[in-house]
Design a protein. Structure first.
Lengths: 345, 345
DNA sequence: TTTTTTTACGCAATCGTTCCCGATATCGAT
DNA sequence: ATCGATATCGGGAACGATTGCGTAAAAAAA
């Protein structure tokens, strides 16, 4: 006989029952600490269970109870400081409540996102935390899931039409403050390298940027607004956007970058092109990489409370999953961003 | 009736059977494309399944087949560039083969590691990829699991006594090359800020460091070897170690840092203390953060092929999980590191 | 036409748990 | 001593899918 055949946790509730001359129902009840089992048998069962190292079969439990105590998390890319921090927050709360977290990444591809979604939701997860991909334009599948009653929490990148809990950073204010800071520093030709136009975060940040300009009575120039449709996932994208800006008759004197990857991408671009920061061109952007302050020059950034956002998302999801009746009231938790002014502006 | 009660995937194989006047066995076989089902009924069933959006219940499948098609991944911290890149590699292969990835983090705590381990292995995962925590000293539970036949692959931080597949970076050579580089640059008083002494990677890196020194006939001074027992997870740890070194009568003229967090921690320390790099003190270390080249000064680092290590680990795990008989031959895949020389040395 | 083989499907057990019903046993109250 | 009320426990049917075995009908061979 091969070890493989013995399989893990070959020990079941039946083994305990047989060994103790009891029924499986009694054992099950004892393990769940039911009141209709005497204290003696209960301790007997518990002791024996511990002795033979009994572990409930989670698949059987899930099948019976119609809940798996595991959740799905879909982000665009795990190896992104913002998302990994969010996941950290999610996991820390989840594990504390006996939930397992299944992660998968969309890589900004709508197809991969859908695939993961279909696979995860084969009556497998009790809830979902998702930050939609830049490419996603068709939300039908998500809407269906939501309509069917799957608890969903959006984090960072949300879909307005779906009414559920949402956790976002204060993107508008973050962008507004950053732009205002640039203006205060005397910059007048401020360009924005934004994430994909369809993304909620991109819209909000763009709005904040425009608001600050308007308030300062600086005209908004459309050619100062460029987009990276994959959020800067590929450097070429950023390079392209920046090259466009540098070819303008009136070049910008400051750049506001709309995402983590875009921010560092811009930095890399300027280094490559030997553009002096901030003398030739100032730079500020959204970023959660904790090395930004050690950069040359130390980068001014808008930092999102990523860990806390993950915690909040998981907490809200727990509420939904554990509540008896479907919730009617949904909240959009807006967490404030932090403006860290350093030498790049 | 509340939506929640309808539950997801209320549609089962039984529904298809009933609707088409067939038995569940026929439907099941048709869906699995068995040869003993006629082509007509097969297409009929497939069509109807698609129409009512049938999704197999993965818990039921897992229960029946005694395998869940999901794996567990335990790392010390997700929000660490090295590990998040590893997970990226793991996930990319796993999802391609229909496996779900369950991650959990130990936060360098042996207790949390054990907790996660126990929970994940309740006949829930088919395999495990783990990078043990610094704190872990008792490997009994892991050994038990391994003895029971759970496919395990170690990545980065391995346990020598457990015979299974292992994926590591060439830590010895990486450390050796880095130290040798420092020597070539004329540094003579080279200190090492190492990770926890018990860790495999720490031992290997320390050995590489010593070898390079010996080869150059530079005496190995014990007070130039300091440890961070939590791998630099807390900055205070690094600060402490560095303060110790700076108080030495003969201060070091170069630092070799033994982990990602320690490397950036040292950098931060020197910035805080206004120590000039590399004039006052040179710095090189292991790191996978892709911002190191943009630092001030650009940091010389030893970079591990994190993504590829994740891919390799998952591939090896797939082999173990999918093979009929337990494997006897295990390989330790040693992936070569990359020495990136920049301005900090 | 009869017999044998093949094709195509149904029955029912099973995976490990949970839980709705009953069924005894025990005990205080009458 | 009898009766109803608890307290404890067992039987057995689920949950949804898979699969060995049995069996009609159809096709092939005799």
């Amino acid at each position: 006989m091969y070890l493989q055949d013995v399989k893990l946790s070959a020990v079941t509730i039946k083994d305990i029952a047989k060994a103790l001359g009891l029924s499986t129902s009694t054992v099950s009840r004892a393990l769940r600490d039911s009141h209709e089992i005497s204290t003696e048998t209960k301790t007997l069962i518990l002791a024996h269970a511990k002795k033979i190292n009994y572990k409930p079969n989670r698949n059987a439990q899930s099948l019976k109870e119609k809940r798996s105590h595991s959740i799905g998390v879909i982000v665009s890319e795990i190896a992104n400081s913002f998302f990994s921090q969010v996941i950290n927050g999610i996991e820390s709360i989840a594990s504390k409540h006996g939930y397992t977290v299944n992660i998968s990444q969309s890589m900004e591809s709508a197809d991969r996102e859908l695939m993961n979604l279909e696979y995860l939701t084969s009556s497998f997860i009790d809830g979902l935390i998702i930050s939609v991909s830049t490419e996603t334009k068709n939300h039908e599948y998500l809407k269906e899931l939501h309509a069917k009653g799957l608890p969903i929490v959006f984090v960072d990148r949300v879909i307005d039409e779906i009414e559920t809990h949402k956790v976002i950073a204060d993107n508008f204010k973050g962008a507004y403050k950053a732009t205002k800071h640039l203006i205060a520093k005397g910059y007048k030709k401020i360009a924005i390298v934004s994430n994909h136009e369809g993304l909620s975060i991109a819209k909000e940040r763009l709005a904040g940027y425009k608001e600050a300009l308007s308030e300062a009575k600086i005209p908004i120039r459309e050619n100062m607004i460029v987009f990276c449709d994959h959020g800067g996932m590929l450097y070429a994208e950023v390079e392209n956007a920046m090259n466009g800006l540098m070819k303008l008759r009136t070049k910008p004197d400051a750049i506001f970058a709309g995402s983590d990857k875009i921010t560092t991408g811009c930095m890399r671009f300027m280094k490559n092109k030997k553009i002096k920061i901030p003398e030739d061109l100032a730079l500020i952007g959204f970023s959660n990489n904790d090395l930004t302050e050690l950069l040359s020059p130390p980068l001014s950034v808008i930092k999102q409370p990523a860990f806390e956002m993950g915690e909040a998302a998981m907490t809200l999801l727990l509420n939904m999953m554990e509540s008896k009746r479907p919730q009617q009231q949904f909240e959009t938790r807006i967490q404030s961003t932090e403006l860290l002014i350093r030498k790049s502006t």
